[in-house]
Design a protein around this ligand. Structure first.
Ligand SMILES: C[S@@+](CC[C@H](N)C(=O)[O-])C[C@H]1O[C@@H](n2cnc3c(N)ncnc32)[C@H](O)[C@@H]1O
Length: 306
């Protein structure tokens, strides 16, 4: 079972960014423990409403408890955020005033050994946010051809030793537990400072198992389509691959023309749909990082629908 409750990252910044108002409709696409969702519901009282999504039934159960005091103002459902438009259609909400995505995993998931996200505990190599989804980290580690495994570790983990790691994994198969995998990686990658050599490979497997980048790419245009004019989209990412996707999408959608810079006349006909609220990402201050070191890599980007 989960031990550590999740501390919502950039909590005040999120409320400030979304500016929830009475009677507004809001979506939290990554409910987790429901901390941000509670803040949004407080700020849009007495009649604002929130749709909360998470793929993890344990997170949803926790969020249900946290948000019980808000009764029917909070509608929680087990769904992936990339089914945003479909889910909104199902509940009959046409357009919304604000959308939050706080990407990645929660402290409950990281600190629950049997979820297999952490090499600090010995547990089955799982890493699925949705335990009913078909592919676990063990499936990838034990079945992918060596080249594909190396590419996955290189692209999603930005790990330069990916070929060496993939070779060692294939040699040591089958690998069933987080500790076995961490030990194999440690045998071929030297420790650098206080960062464990398995960190990037674990990140890569988690991203692949949960199709995190594909889902972020899918949800971005859906979120824009779902917002009312002046509605806001706030996204917190925790690694550069996700942040890059979000940044590039926001940049492109904030411009009227996306023709190559050297082209003298616009032929794309693209029209901006968004306004960037700040060009630079918002990051946690020293006090927040001290109180919650897991917040250190968070980057918040906010846009407003035109
Ligand atoms: C960082 S936590 C969110 C914490 C939350 N903002 C809070 O204040 O407690 C991210 C959550 O997103 C969920 N998640 C990951 N991928 C998802 C997806 N594709 N669709 C919906 N939820 C997802 C995870 O299960 C996890 O509970």
């Amino acid at each position: 079972m989960a031990h550590t409750p999740h501390q919502s990252v950039l909590y005040h910044e999120i409320i400030h960014a979304l500016q929830p108002k009475n009677k507004g409709l809001y979506v939290d696409g990554t409910l987790g423990a429901g901390g941000h969702a509670r803040g949004i519901l407080e700020a849009c009282a007495p009649d604002g409403r929130l749709l909360g999504l998470d793929v993890d039934p344990q997170a949803l159960a926790l969020a249900r408890k946290t948000l019980a005091p808000y009764g029917e103002r909070a509608r929680l459902t087990q769904a992936s955020y990339d089914s945003l438009n479909e889910t909104l259609r199902e509940i009959g909400w046409e357009k919304v005033d604000g959308i939050l995505l706080d990407l990645g995993l929660s402290s409950m998931q990281l600190d629950t050994p049997e979820r297999g996200f952490s090499f600090q505990h010995d547990a089955p190599l799982d890493m699925r946010f949705d335990p009913a989804s078909p592919t676990s980290a063990a499936d990838l580690v034990n079945t992918l051809p060596q080249d594909e495994l190396a590419d996955l570790i290189y692209h999603y983990g930005e790990e330069r030793a990916s070929r060496r790691i993939a070779q060692a994994i294939v040699k040591a198969r089958p690998l069933r537990t987080t500790r076995q995998l961490a030990t194999v990686i440690e045998s071929v990658v030297p420790r650098k400072g206080h960062i464990h050599p398995a960190t990037q490979t674990f990140q890569a497997l988690r991203i692949a198992v949960n199709q995190e980048l594909e889902r972020v790419e899918d949800v971005l245009p859906q979120a824009v389509a779902a917002l009312k004019p002046a509605g806001r989209l706030a996204i917190i990412s925790f690694h550069s691959l996700e942040d890059r996707l979000v940044k590039e999408f926001f940049r492109r959608e904030s411009r009227d023309c996306i023709c190559p810079p050297r082209q003298p006349v616009c032929t794309c006909g693209h029209k901006a749909t968004l306004k960037e609220i700040s060009r630079k990402p918002i990051t946690p201050g020293d006090a927040e990082i001290k109180a919650n070191p897991r917040a250190r890599s968070a980057k918040l980007r906010v846009v407003e629908k035109l």
